[in-house]
Design a protein around this ligand. Structure first.
Ligand SMILES: [Zn+2]
Length: 320
């Protein structure tokens, strides 16, 4: 029995590992962040060391549970990473088995990072008490997680909730996944930046370039230029809003969620990229599910991955 009742959440990403020790109600007591090293053994060692560090900091020998949110594709039931493109060298990594050996008395669960984030928002954030919700993160890519009737939708392959790779424009640009016109390739932060760079290259993006200053020509710069009425920026925003609107509308038609929770860097410019899309989606979905769906900002900010992993540790991916 642990002397301090904590759950460890590990947010394993391609660039960083953020590990927290939290109370079961989501209060973070200790956190350790390291850059993700290269190679399988180094990744495992870094994860193990961050877990030991946060447990040491809070004075717990054994956590109640350990949850991991990691990039897909994975087998969440077996707790094995399959061939994550963001983690080279980590193919077929049996994370659950490795941590079960280190902490045999703790519950160990591993889940896809976007699904983990959905569970984190549901347990600790903007989705508390909601049984039917979609979580959508719009940042460099677009990811998602779906909870229906109180259960995470993993689907038969464990890949459920990949909303970013639903096709909204079949004649649109090619996505890295091989499809054309995925939501992600149309209105992610990367897509907005690509459109802004193209406008600059055509000589139409002077205001966007100026708004970017010494920084990148990105969604934030487009937001600022649009606020000043720049026509090129307004066109880019209109395209992103259109596809976000179609994406949200599709979610409402298919799932009738009570809440769509939107996070990620692009959603920080809520009034620009999200609010008009949300209004469009609610207006164009069938009246009853559209009227019953609230589209709201995510609540957990940069901790969503780690707190999502805590929710995974607590067994939320399996809970009925
Ligand atoms: Zn795609």
């Amino acid at each position: 029995m642990a002397d301090v009742d904590v759950v460890v959440g590990i947010d394993l990403g391609g660039t960083k590992i953020l590990t927290v020790a939290a109370t079961p109600d989501g209060r973070i007591l200790a956190r350790k962040r390291v850059a993700t090293p290269q190679g399988r053994d180094a990744v495992v060692a870094a994860m193990r060391d961050t877990v030991a560090a946060v447990l040491g900091e809070v004075g717990a020998a054994v956590p109640r549970a350990i949850g991991v949110g990691a990039p897909g594709p994975m087998d969440p039931v077996a707790g094995i990473l399959l061939e994550p493109p963001n983690l080279p060298g980590c193919a077929n990594l049996p994370l659950a088995a490795i941590f079960r050996q280190l902490y045999p008395d703790a519950g160990i669960h591993v889940e896809n990072d976007a699904n983990a984030a959905a569970l984190g928002e549901r347990r600790f954030g903007a989705g508390r008490g909601v049984d039917d919700l979609c979580y959508v993160t719009i940042s460099t890519g677009i990811g998602g997680g779906i909870v229906a009737a109180g259960r995470l939708v993993r689907g038969a392959a464990g890949t459920g909730g990949e909303v970013g790779h639903t096709v909204l424009a079949p004649d649109g640009p090619e996505c890295h996944c091989g499809l054309h016109g995925c939501w992600e390739v149309l209105s992610s932060g990367t897509a907005i930046a690509r459109a802004a760079e193209a406008a600059v290259a055509r000589g139409e993006g002077a205001a966007i370039r100026a708004a970017a200053g010494s920084g990148p020509v990105d969604a934030r710069a487009v937001d600022q230029a649009a606020a000043a009425g720049d026509p090129a920026a307004l066109r880019i925003v209109a395209a992103a809003v259109r596809y976000n609107g179609i994406g949200f509308c599709n979610l409402i038609q298919v799932l009738s969620p009570a809440r769509i929770i939107v996070g990620g860097g692009v959603s920080r410019a809520w009034d620009r990229y999200i609010a008009p899309a949300a209004a469009w989606a609610k207006r164009h979905a069938f009246a009853r599910p559209g009227g019953m769906c609230a589209i709201v900002p995510a609540d957990l900010g940069d901790d969503v991955g780690a707190l999502g992993a805590v929710a995974v540790g607590l067994g939320d991916a399996e809970a009925s």
